[in-house]
Design a protein. Structure first.
Length: 385
C-alpha cells in the first residue's frame, strides 16, 4: 500500500518474444501469474508488444494488459519506444512503480523503477557478439542499471558481476532465484513418456542437453566428450532441445565434422507441455555451459527425477548444491567422466535423484513472486531517486 491505497505496478514486458527468449520468457510468465496471487489489492499493468498478444491471458484477476503498437523483433524500435513513449504511458495509466523484466528500462522514468538483470554475458564473453550489437548492449544495459532505483537478479553470481562491472550500491540489488513449476515438472507416467519419445523419434536411451545453440553453451566440448565415450565403448545418444537459432548451423557443422550425425538428435523448439516428458525420457541431464545466470534446466530435471551432471562454474553449484555431479566444462575428458558416472553408477543415480527432488523443492514461483513483490514495493514509499 502507498499512503493507504492500492498500488498500480507497471510491468515492462516489451521485450517478450514467445518461443524466442528462453528462460526470460519462463520467468515473466510465471512471475506475472504468481504476482497476481500474492499482490493483495494491488493492480498489475503489463505493457507488452504485438507478438505477445495473448501471452498473459491466464494471468488471473488484478492484471491489466496494455498492448503497445510495436514489435519486439524490431529491437531498435522497441528500445526507442521504451525510452520515448513508455514514460508517457506510465503516467497515462497512473502507474506507481515500474518493474522492467527484460534487462532494459526507461532511463528517464517518472516514477520509481526496478530492473531485472539475468546475466552480464555481453560483458563476460564479448567475443560472442557482433561489434555494433555489443556496443548497444553494453550501453543500454549499463545505463538502465545505473538509472534504476533497484535491481532484481537471479543468483549471487550475477549480483557479484553487477557489483564488479557496474559498481552500483549493494543495497540496490536483491537476489530472487528463478524457480520451477511443480505442477508441470514432475515424474511422468510411462505412457506419456513413450508418447513423446515417439513424437520426436527419440532413442530408447539418451542424455539430454536443454539449451540454445549459442557459443557459451559449449556444445563443441560436449560433442568431443561424446566421441571420447564412443572410443571407450560407452557411447550414448544425445538429444538437444532449443530453438534452431542463429547458432544452429555452426553446431550442426561440428556434429558433421566429428562424425556424430547418428548420435545426436535435434528436437528444435518444444511446446511447454512436451518439455517435462522429454526430461523424464532421458537417462540424465548434461549441462556443460560456460556461463549462466541461473541454469533453470538443472532444477527442472531434478524436479522430474532425472540425475544431473553439470559444469562446476558458478552459479551452477549455487543452484544445484550437492544434488549434481560436477565436471570441468573446459575439459572434454572431465565431461565424459561426468556422463559415465551419472548413467552407469546406480548408487550415484539413486542419491542424485533423491537429493535432486529435495533441492528442486526449495525453488518455487510463489516464493520468487513474493520476494520480488516485497522488493518492488520497498521503492514505493517516497519520491523517485
Amino acid at each position: 500500500m502507498l499512503d493507504g491505497k492500492a498500488v498500480r505496478i507497471g510491468i515492462n514486458a516489451l521485450y517478450l518474444l514467445p518461443g524466442r527468449v528462453g528462460g526470460s520468457e519462463i520467468y515473466i510468465r510465471n512471475l506475472v501469474k504468481h504476482l497476481a496471487g500474492t499482490g493483495g489489492n494491488n493492480a498489475f499493468v503489463i505493457f507488452t508488444n504485438q507478438e505477445s498478444a495473448g501471452a498473459f491471458d491466464d494471468a488471473g484477476p488484478g492484471v491489466e494488459i496494455v498492448l503497445c503498437p510495436i514489435q519486439a523483433s524490431s529491437r531498435p524500435v522497441r528500445i526507442l519506444w521504451e525510452q520515448l513513449v513508455l514514460p508517457f504511458q506510465i503516467l497515462r495509466h497512473k502507474i506507481d512503480i515500474l518493474f522492467s523484466a527484460g534487462m532494459t528500462a526507461p532511463l528517464l522514468c517518472p516514477i520509481p523503477s526496478v530492473l531485472a538483470i539475468f546475466d552480464l554475458l555481453h560483458v563476460l564473453q564479448p567475443q560472442n557478439f557482433p561489434r555494433v550489437y555489443l556496443l548497444f548492449l553494453k550501453t543500454i544495459i549499463y545505463l538502465s542499471a545505473k538509472s534504476a532505483d533497484g535491481i532484481v537478479t537471479i543468483s549471487r553470481k550475477v549480483m557479484d558481476d553487477i557489483l564488479k562491472f557496474y559498481r552500483v550500491p549493494g543495497v540496490k540489488i536483491a537476489v530472487t532465484y528463478l524457480a520451477v513449476d511443480h505442477n508441470t515438472f514432475f515424474p511422468r507416467e510411462a505412457k506419456e513418456v513413450e508418447d513423446v519419445r515417439a513424437k520426436y523419434s527419440l532413442p530408447e536411451r539418451f542424455i539430454l542437453y536443454a539449451a540454445a545453440s549459442l557459443p557459451h553453451k559449449n556444445h563443441a566440448r560436449l560433442f568431443e566428450a561424446l566421441r571420447i565415450l564412443k572410443e571407450r565403448g560407452r557411447g550414448t545418444a544425445l538429444v538437444l532441445t532449443g530453438a534452431r537459432d542463429k547458432g544452429y548451423d555452426a553446431v550442426a557443422q561440428i556434429i558433421r565434422k566429428m562424425g556424430l550425425e547418428t548420435d545426436v538428435v535435434f528436437t528444435g523448439w518444444l511446446p511447454f507441455e512436451d518439455i517435462a516428458p522429454i526430461y523424464c525420457a532421458s537417462d540424465a541431464l548434461v549441462f556443460p555451459s560456460l556461463n549462466e545466470g541461473f541454469g533453470m534446466p538443472i532444477i527442472e530435471a531434478m524436479a522430474c527425477g532425472v540425475p544431473v551432471t553439470c559444469s562446476s562454474i558458478e552459479p551452477l553449484p549455487e543452484v544445484a548444491g550437492d544434488a549434481a555431479y560436477y565436471f570441468d566444462p573446459y575439459d572434454p575428458v572431465s565431461i565424459a567422466d561426468g556422463i559415465t558416472a551419472v548413467i552407469s553408477d546406480s548408487d550415484l543415480r539413486r542419491v542424485l535423484i533423491e537429493k535432486g527432488f529435495r533441492r528442486a523443492a526449495k525453488f518455487s514461483w510463489e516464493n520468487t513472486a513474493l520476494q520480488t513483490l516485497e522488493f518492488i514495493m520497498s521503492y514505493g514509499e517516497g519520491s523517485k531517486n
